[in-house]
Design a protein around this ligand. Structure first.
Ligand SMILES: [Mn+2]
Length: 266
């Protein structure tokens, strides 16, 4: 069985994932695992050994693991996407569907400046193709320090993080606007970049949700940070199953089925 998770944000003080072992119920019976970006924040002082330890945990429990890059872990691997079922399932972190990576963030303008600098330095890269666009975005995110240290959890830091997320108020509005438009953006982008994809799996916006757009289904797997929770996507026997991730006895389990999507041959 293939399982897809995203946005664990492991070692971030706001992540509800405290120990990797707590994920074991989600790894049982899994032959292939895709970690669809923001597994950790390897831009914020994480050592190479700490990163290797995180990767080893997963590879020790699942025969095949793909560490897909996100904006917080842009150099966790060289893989920016994955597909299965002859391309009918396609996963990427999802920030490539947004022109400015993080429209809701205070660092948006700095990131946009970086994107523009990289684009002028690399005129050979085509910002409208998925491959080049995601390369540019990952270059822009690499070495990008966070405004707040994600590992600090004293009250002063948490208060500062809340302030940097909600002020100025343009930011929460941009978040809501992104949530309202994300399904359509992802389906439209997939139609151009990966036209064979019928099920598009993303993370990034931390909004567990399923959108149907024509014959395409867009799934966002939410996050282990924030109040909205997370979904896990499974694929086995030509069936995509979306489940809520539930917390029991301090561990994370595949829970209630939210949706099943048959992937019959065309
Ligand atoms: Mn994230």
């Amino acid at each position: 069985m293939l399982r897809i998770l995203s946005d664990l944000h492991f070692r971030d003080a706001t992540s509800r994932l405290e120990r990797l072992e707590d994920l074991l119920p989600l790894l049982e019976g899994v032959t292939e695992l895709w970690l669809n970006g923001d597994t950790c924040d390897n831009q914020s002082g994480m050592t190479a050994a700490e990163l290797a330890e995180i990767k080893e945990f997963f590879t020790a429990h699942v025969p095949r693991v793909r560490f897909i890059t996100g904006n917080h872990d842009p150099d966790i691997s060289e893989e920016h996407e994955a597909s299965a079922a002859h391309g009918r399932i396609w996963a990427c972190h999802g920030d490539a569907c947004l022109d400015d990576i993080v429209p809701w963030s205070r660092v948006r303008e700095t990131l946009v400046d970086r994107i523009n600098e990289i684009r002028s330095a690399h005129p050979e890269l085509n910002y409208t193709s998925f491959e080049d666009r995601v390369r540019i975005m990952r270059m822009a995110c690499t070495g990008f320090a966070r405004e707040c240290d994600p590992e600090k959890q004293d009250s002063w830091h948490l208060l500062r993080r809340i302030c940097t997320e909600f002020f100025p108020p343009r930011q929460p509005w941009a978040m809501v606007h992104t949530w309202a438009t994300f399904g359509t953006r992802a389906a439209t982008a997939a139609a151009i970049w990966r036209p064979e994809a019928r099920v598009i799996v993303s993370g990034h916006v931390h909004f567990p949700r399923i959108w149907q757009r024509g014959d395409r289904t867009v799934i966002n797997t939410g996050a282990f940070t924030g109040p909205l929770g997370a979904y896990v996507v499974e694929y086995a026997e030509k069936l995509v199953t979306v489940r809520r991730i539930e917390s029991r006895d301090r561990r994370w389990h595949p829970g209630k089925i939210v949706s099943t999507i048959p992937l019959a041959s065309k």
